[in-house]
Design a protein around this ligand. Structure first.
Ligand SMILES: Cc1cc2nc3c(=O)[nH]c(=O)nc-3n(C[C@H](O)[C@H](O)[C@H](O)COP(=O)(O)O)c2cc1C
Length: 393
């Protein structure tokens, strides 16, 4: 079982991450985690914050001589921007804090953010007390945790991918053969160059209007073994677990497994994936289609796991919406502080991390193991048993 936690405010000193339950002897280093943190920082439409930060997760515990120890893996990501917020975000009590610039109380509640419910729920008189943790800065910590999970999954040949399939009204053309190198090079993480140009245009238009734009992302996990998750109870169904993990990403408003809404109007004969006679004993249950997104009955079915999510346009607008002041209840324009125009490209990297954490947990649930060698042994023993019963014992 993997348990993981994050802590840290957007403009605090940094982010803390603990990942517990990874077996011993998994090779891992800061460079590998940093690679994924770097992928999250890119993307056309990001705000000025990404120019300040150069995220690096320092491993504090759980790794020795380049390999995990089986003990909790602790990591720290420093916020470079902290230097500009030492008074506004000070841990210690400050008598009569100044009300200038960043130190000023935030009272102009932004619609669409955690500002109103967070401030009411926790009894704050400064919206900053909730907006700091609600900020997607926290997703850097998720990517660090997810990178550990990805490294673990790689031992079993599982590879995480993501790409952007829409921004604003522009959709990429669908393809069964995505050029992943092109996705990594694309400023909007989209393999369709023509659509990518138009997506950039959508982001520019939104920026010029002082507005924001959302989109859709697809996450793919390749080479996932058949039988992760379970049909026997609601909270063991892997489609449910993946959906919750993706829905928890800031601003995500819809999740589908496979094509979801796109096939719901079709007849049943067009929506299922026909099971083909087995021709390759090493890869017994491959199908010509994957409309199920690699999950049937709450279990992985041997095809790639595919999930999509829709992420809404960001709530902090350069051209702010009407709102009210927390103190007076009078009309004001909502608060604005440095913000992204489009967060769709980095959201894919965060989605990969979240799905990786779910799959790593499900893999350990099925195969166990306190060391990588033990987990792999159990995995290989199982793989030998899946296939037509006359061939596999
Ligand atoms: C990568 C990423 C970056 C984001 N950047 C911003 C931002 O700069 N400004 C903002 O208001 N919201 C941003 N968001 C979205 C907010 O964090 C989110 O809307 C807020 O936490 C409220 O949650 P909800 O939209 O799920 O209700 C970002 C989300 C992600 C995934």
């Amino acid at each position: 079982m993997i348990r993981w936690f994050t802590a840290g405010e957007s403009h605090g000193q940094g982010l803390l991450i603990i990942v517990e339950g990874i077996p011993a002897a998994l090779p891992i280093d800061e460079e590998y985690i940093g690679f994924h943190l770097g992928r999250r920082q890119k993307g056309y439409g990001r705000g000025g914050r990404m120019l300040i930060e150069q995220d690096h997760a320092k491993i504090m515990s759980g790794v020795r001589h380049g390999k995990t120890l089986g003990s909790p893996i602790g990591m720290v990501i420093e916020n470079k921007d902290w230097a500009n917020w030492t008074e506004a975000m000070a841990v210690e009590h400050i008598e009569n804090p100044s009300q200038e610039g960043r130190n000023r109380r935030v009272t102009r509640i932004r619609p669409g953010h955690a500002d109103l419910p967070g401030t009411m729920k926790y009894g704050f008189d400064d919206v900053r007390n909730s907006l700091e943790r609600a900020s997607a800065r926290e997703t850097a910590a998720r990517v660090a945790a997810g990178a550990v999970a990805m490294r673990f999954l790689e031992e079993f040949g599982i590879k995480m991918r993501s790409h952007v399939i829409s921004i604003g009204s522009v959709w990429a053309k669908s393809s069964d053969d995505i050029d992943w190198a092109a996705v990594e090079q694309s400023p909007v993480r989209c393999a369709d160059n023509i659509a990518a140009e138009k997506m950039i245009g959508e982001i520019d238009s939104a920026k010029d209007a002082g507005d924001t734009v959302g989109g859709t992302v697809e996450i793919i996990a390749e080479n996932v073994p058949i039988g992760l998750g379970s049909h026997v109870h609601w909270d063991r169904k892997i489609d449910g677990l993946i959906s919750q993990a993706l829905m928890s990403i800031n601003a995500v408003k819809a999740v589908s497994i496979g094509p979801g809404w796109d096939v719901i109007g079709d007849w049943g004969s067009k929506v299922q994936d026909v099971i083909e006679p087995v021709t390759d004993p090493d890869n017994p249950w491959q199908r010509k289609t994957n409309r199920a997104g690699g999950i049937e009955g709450g279990m992985t079915d041997g095809m790639p796991v595919v999930a999509r999510f829709a992420i809404k346009p960001i709530a902090t607008l350069h051209n702010p919406l009407p709102s009210v002041d927390l103190d007076t209840g009078e009309p004001v324009q909502a608060h604005f502080e440095r913000s992204d125009v489009c967060q769709v490209p980095p959201a894919g990297v965060i989605g990969e991390a979240m799905v990786a954490l779910v799959l790593a947990d499900a893999l350990l649930d099925k195969f166990g193991g306190d060391s990588i060698a033990e987990s792999l042994r159990n995995y290989q023993g199982y793989i030998k048993t899946v296939g037509p019963r006359k061939i596999y014992k």
